[in-house]
Structure formats: structure tokens, C-alpha cells
Design a protein around this ligand. Structure first.
Ligand code: NAG
Length: 359
């Protein structure tokens, strides 16, 4: 215990600077610069923080090996992405492929569903400098997809929750499990491209399903289990929100911003490789693949994010993720605007909800 306490104190001291700027519990924000803590110390803190225990000594040793590789990767990410903090996250004992398989879930599909529109070009001359749908009541709390490749369903519900709020004035949390269990939308020319629960899917196909099915139920009426292959328990009379139409937004960042401001939060895809080690700040890696593997929700943007001394402030997108509130900045990710970093501009959709009720 003594050892652990001194370790704790040690880490509090060494991490306080980074934690101060990131504004959070230093134990959550274990950044890996400095090199004062040994890899073993980092692993001990990690296991305590996330309540990790391993079935056998072999498993423990293997996970420590993976963890050390991830520490090296986090340090590399920190060098490639100096305006963000990278370090230990709850995913630090997973290999990149385990991480991709269990916590992402975006499938690639060549063709758009038949009901997808092209979003009309909007005026962009009077866009606000900063904008955040969270301040306007259009965003539900951060959810957690758990160990299930269902990111696409959270991105889709997030967009429809926002659109439904704009159409009706009511913010209603919608059911991802309905999409996981019931949506098996396919591209007829692409067998194997179907939305398939924890094995991945696509937001545009989820909108197509929702349009055809009539709508989505409330989260509380069809709660999330994060488990695959459950029977579909869709109950049509309990539909809480319906899709009027959905559209694909062009790759232009001003058009993306204009659609966000006019239509509500947008479903976007991204390459998530830097997210496995992300702790906070504005992520703006010098190099990042544009291979899209994760579905998230764009909820706002800012003109100037925090950046370390002598680096220029960066304009950024505000992204709602589905890995719970302990990940990133209370569940959110900031990524810089300006050059389609990690592919964030390349698959953007907007959805409109059917007006219902008394509003
Ligand atoms: C989508 O639906 C909304 C709301 O009903 C409507 O205002 C808009 O014109 C529609 N857009 C398209 C592209 O059909």
C-alpha cells in the first residue's frame, strides 16, 4: 500500500501540469511524456483506474506486453499530434486489431441507399464563429457502445435525436438496440455489406432502415444491451421519432458547418487510430489515414482550441463519441478543421425528422 501511495503521489506531482491544462483528474489523464513513471507503474495505475484483472498470469503478462506497445504508440502519437494529449486510456491493454474489432464498427459500402439525397448547397456567409448544439439542448448524454462494433447505430441515433429535437422541441434518447437487432439493410449489389449489429454497419443504411421501418423507439422502451443476434423487438406503436429524409453533405467544410447549424448534429465517419490513445486537446495529427472505420456525431465547432505554447490555436470540430464519459474530454473528441484530417469530412450525412405532436 505504501508503495502504491507513493506511486500515486508521484504521479499526481508529475502529471499535475498536463492535468491542469486538460482540467481533469490526473489519474484519468495519464499522459505518457516525461518518462518519470516506469511502464510498470503506468500499468499498475491503469489496472487500478479501470478495475482490470486478468484470468491468469500468462494473460496478465501478455496484456502488459500489449500495454507497453501502446505506451510506445501513445508517445509516437504525441509526437505526431502535439496539440492533443495522448496517453493511457481504458483501451491501453488492447491490440489495435482487438480495438478495431470491438469498439469501432463502421462498414464500408460502395453505394448509397436509394433514398439518400444530395444535400442542397447552403449559404455560408453568416455562419457563427463558434457553435455547439450541446448548448442548445439538441444532444443527449454520452452513451457507451461497450464491446460491440455498433458505433454506426450511435452516430445514427445521435443525428436523429438532434433532428427530432429541431422538429419538435423534445429531446428524446433513441434506441441503438433497435438498429442492432432489426436493421439488416443491404446494398443488393454488395452481398456482405449489410448492417449487422455488433459486426458493423453504416449510418446512411441505418437512416434507410429507419425510413422504411417507420421510425425508432425510445432508448428506455428498447434499451441497449450491446449484444448481438437478439430477436428484433421493434414495436411500431411505440415509435418516438421518424426520418423525413436524409442527405449526404459535400466534402466542403463550410457546407458541413452550414448543414450542422441549419439541420442539427451530423453523422460523420472518421479514422479512429488516434482515438485509442486520445486524452484531450485538439487532435491534429500531421499524418492520419483517411480509411474510415468509426461512426461518430458532429455536434459543433470552435474557432480556436487550446494548443501548447508557441503553436497556433486551431479551429476544430466537436465530436460526440460512444465510449462513455470517462473517455476523452468527458466522452468528446476535438479534431482540427481545415484539411479533412483522419477523413472527418469525407462521409457526412444530415437527417431530417418528421414533425410530430403539438409543436
Ligand atoms: C427533408 O425534410 C424536411 C422536413 O420535412 C424538409 O424541410 C426538406 O425540404 C426535406 N429535404 C429534402 C432534400 O427532401
Amino acid at each position: 500500500m505504501d508503495h502504491f501511495l507513493s506511486l500515486l503521489l508521484f504521479s499526481l506531482l508529475t502529471l499535475s501540469v498536463a492535468a491542469e491544462t486538460a482540467g481533469e483528474d490526473p489519474l484519468i489523464r495519464q499522459v505518457v511524456g516525461g518518462g518519470v513513471l516506469s511502464d510498470h507503474d503506468h500499468f499498475t495505475l491503469f489496472k487500478t483506474k479501470y478495475g482490470k484483472s486478468y484470468a491468469s498470469q500468462d494473460e496478465h503478462d501478455y496484456r502488459f506486453k500489449v500495454f507497453r506497445a501502446n505506451l510506445r504508440r501513445a508517445r509516437r502519437h504525441q509526437e505526431l499530434d502535439p496539440s492533443a494529449f495522448h496517453g493511457v486510456t481504458e483501451f491501453s491493454d488492447l491490440t489495435p486489431s482487438e480495438f478495431r474489432r470491438n469498439f469501432l464498427g463502421l462498414r464500408s459500402k460502395l453505394r448509397l441507399p436509394k433514398d439518400a439525397n444530395q444535400a442542397p448547397i447552403l449559404p455560408t456567409d453568416s455562419l457563427p464563429e463558434d457553435f455547439d448544439w450541446r448548448d442548445r439542448g439538441a444532444v443527449t448524454g454520452v452513451k457507451n457502445q461497450g464491446s460491440c462494433g455498433s458505433c454506426w447505430s450511435f452516430s445514427a441515433t445521435g443525428a436523429l435525436e438532434g433532428a427530432h429535437f429541431l422538429a419538435t422541441g423534445d429531446l428524446v434518447s433513441l434506441s441503438e438496440q433497435q438498429l442492432v437487432d432489426c436493421d439488416h439493410e443491404c446494398d443488393p449489389d454488395e452481398p456482405g455489406s449489410c448492417d449487422s449489429g455488433c459486426n458493423g454497419g453504416l449510418m446512411n443504411s441505418a437512416f434507410e432502415y429507419t425510413l422504411k421501418a417507420g421510425g425508432l423507439m425510445r432508448e428506455e422502451d428498447y434499451p441497449y444491451t450491446g449484444k448481438d443476434r437478439g430477436a428484433c423487438k421493434f414495436d411500431k406503436p411505440k415509435i418516438a421519432a421518424s426520418v423525413a429524409n436524409f442527405s449526404v453533405v459535400s466534402l466542403d467544410e463550410d457546407q458541413i458547418a452550414a448543414n450542422l447549424v441549419q439541420n442539427g448534429p451530423l453523422a460523420v465517419a472518421i479514422n479512429a487510430v488516434f482515438m485509442q490513445t486520445y486524452i484531450g486537446g485538439v487532435s491534429c495529427p500531421y499524418i492520419c489515414s483517411k480509411r474510415l472505420d468509426h461512426g461518430v456525431l458532429l455536434v459543433g465547432y470552435g474557432a480556436a482550441g487550446y494548443a501548447p505554447v508557441r503553436m497556433k490555436d486551431k479551429p476544430y470540430w466537436i465530436i460526440k463519441n460512444s465510449w462513455g464519459e470517462t473517455w476523452g474530454e468527458s466522452g468528446y473528441y476535438k479534431i482540427c478543421r481545415g484539411r479533412n484530417v483522419c477523413g472527418v469530412d469525407s462521409m457526412v450525412s444530415t437527417v431530417a425528422a418528421v414533425h410530430t405532436g403539438s409543436h
